[in-house]
Design a protein around this ligand. Structure first.
Ligand SMILES: Nc1ncnc2c1ncn2[C@@H]1O[C@H](COP(=O)(O)OP(=O)(O)OP(=O)(O)O)[C@@H](O)[C@H]1O
Length: 274
């Protein structure tokens, strides 16, 4: 088993935010985690890369319990599983290349970090990665001058700089318009396919999960209530995951471009209808 999650639990006071979550992954896959706000998706992702300590349970990656790692071993694990956030978390006033080079921070000495010194090889690699993501020409600009979709690709480049085995993406497209959302999801999918990296993404839209993931995990109130392929993710199952009644509509959880076909949807999305 490549990744094995066993009874992982996180308790905040009286609230079981994540409740005995267990599943196994045999080979690097593109996994989507869906569920309504507060279902425990972010907390779970943050426990994998040790941003949040679990209350109970174990997570084994290639046979090693990552929840027990300390010090240098923990930091090394954290660079093996790079995280991408909804708000990109770039340094806005810093240029794009420097933001990407930040992905090598925990490999560099305090001296080099203080004086902002980067090996030439790292700078070349950063530009190659930006090129691969189609944004090399943005390299000298300040991060804040870029569109949301471009900024998220910079964040992906920063993650790739760590050469991670797993990319953890916490609502990576929740702040993006449908067009940019697609560009970012395409980039993640391509990295998964070309590099064989595992991707675990918290997603708030069903259609994105169906379209990009090999496997979808549905969470509700801290527990896994669905674990299967996109094909098995029927409207009935989705209704169960989101805890909605018969009035549940798929488009309510959708941002995809192809759902903006009808004039009503276009106008709701703020697109001018002629
Ligand atoms: N640091 C914290 N202290 C106390 N409670 C927390 C903390 N972080 C999360 N929670 C609670 O844990 C539960 C799960 O939150 P979490 O953010 O993991 O859900 P989520 O599915 O990612 O939702 P969202 O998409 O809104 O982030 C919620 O009830 C939340 O209020």
């Amino acid at each position: 088993m490549l990744l094995s999650v066993e009874n992982v639990t996180k308790v905040f006071g009286a609230n079981r935010a994540v409740d005995r979550v267990s599943f196994g992954v045999e080979r690097p896959a593109f996994i989507g985690i869906i569920g309504r706000s507060g279902a425990g998706k972010s907390t779970f992702l943050r426990m994998i890369n040790r941003l949040t300590d679990a209350t109970d349970g174990a997570i084994h990656f290639r046979g090693r319990n990552v929840l027990g790692l300390k010090g240098a071993e923990k930091r090394s694990w954290q660079s093996d599983c790079a995280m991408i956030f909804q708000q990109f978390n770039l340094v806005p006033r810093m240029d794009v290349v420097s933001n990407v080079l930040h992905g090598t921070l925990n490999r560099r000495s305090a001296f080099a970090t203080f004086f902002n010194l980067y090996p030439t090889a790292d700078i070349h690699r950063a530009i190659d990665i930006l090129d691969r993501l189609g944004i090399a020409e943005q390299a000298p600009k300040r991060a804040e001058a870029l569109s949301g979709g471009q900024q998220q690709r910079v964040a992906i480049a920063r993650a790739l700089m760590q050469d991670p085995q797993i990319i953890l993406a916490d609502e990576p497209i929740a702040s993006l318009d449908p067009m940019n959302a697609q560009v970012v999801m395409d980039a993640l999918r391509r990295i998964h396919e070309e590099d064989g990296r595992m991707v675990i993404a918290n997603l708030h839209t069903l259609d994105t999960a169906r379209r990009y993931c090999d496997r979808v995990i549905g969470m509700r109130e801290g527990r896994i209530v669905f674990d299967g392929t996109p094909d098995q993710l029927t409207t009935g199952v989705a209704r169960d995951i989101y805890g909605a009644d018969e009035t549940f509509s798929e488009t309510a959880t959708s941002t995809a471009i192809h759902h903006l076909d009808s004039p009503a949807e276009k106008s709701r999305a703020g697109v001018k209808v002629h």
